[in-house]
Write a protein that binds this ligand. Sequence first.
Ligand code: ADP
Ligand code: MG
Length: 255
Amino acid sequence: MKPLIEFKQISYSYQSPDECTNAIENLSFHVNKGEFISVIGPSGCGKSTLLSMIAGLIQPDSGSIEYSEELYASHPIRPIGYMLQNDALFPFRSVYRNCILGLEINHALTEENLTYTRSLLEEYGLMPFADRRPTELSGGMRQRAALIRTLVLRPELLLLDEPFSSLDYQTRLTVSDDICSKIRSEGKTTILVTHDLAEAISLSDRVIVLTKRPATLRKEFLIRLTRDSEHRFSSREAPEFQSYFHSLWEALYET
Ligand code: ADP
Ligand code: MG
């Protein structure tokens, strides 16, 4: 099967009049349809740059990014959804009106899409807060609202840039677990940037480890955990978990 996206020897640098920052160098990897991939790497190595490139916001200096036709085939509004670290909700709009923002911008406020928005608000437990302002919500709820705003456009590929990093540890555990299991059950292809190794292992099918800047591929890990579906955080308690943690740690910090 052809991958959904294929990165072939991508390089990218930021140019300014007196400085050139090499962010990505000779990076190759692929993303299969339906996969949940985490990207980890040292701070400032080029992870957000990588997502912006996948989203098409910036173009590589060299190399190519190949998108499968399938990515565009069944997704008339937006095939790629991009959710940033900061939830970027507008404070003057209600939660509901924040969630439909993308639909408004894309002239897609159809009854079907609005019904879908309401069903997501229901599913993520935000319906009772639909008319509230974002400032009245907890951090975890705001992240959910930001995610719904991305999901209403029905992207095939979801790009998540450290979406849980502003949450406190306990909220983060439940929110990341909840959100990611919902995303998984919908079979969406997801690329999650995170600096939390445990999060990467517990949520992903595959973890990509990048080197320090300029980012290139250091190692890839296929994650196979014995999960106990009865148990909420079971993936973190799987017998294989510690060994993956150890290997990822080594890959990240070996010089
Ligand atoms: P990460 O997300 O892994 O922390 P980024 O992709 O944001 O890293 O940044 C990679 C490198 O590129 C960093 O050194 C950062 O300072 C630099 N960088 C990011 N954005 C810009 C920009 N718009 N102009 C110049 N340099 C930038
Ligand atoms: Mg970043």
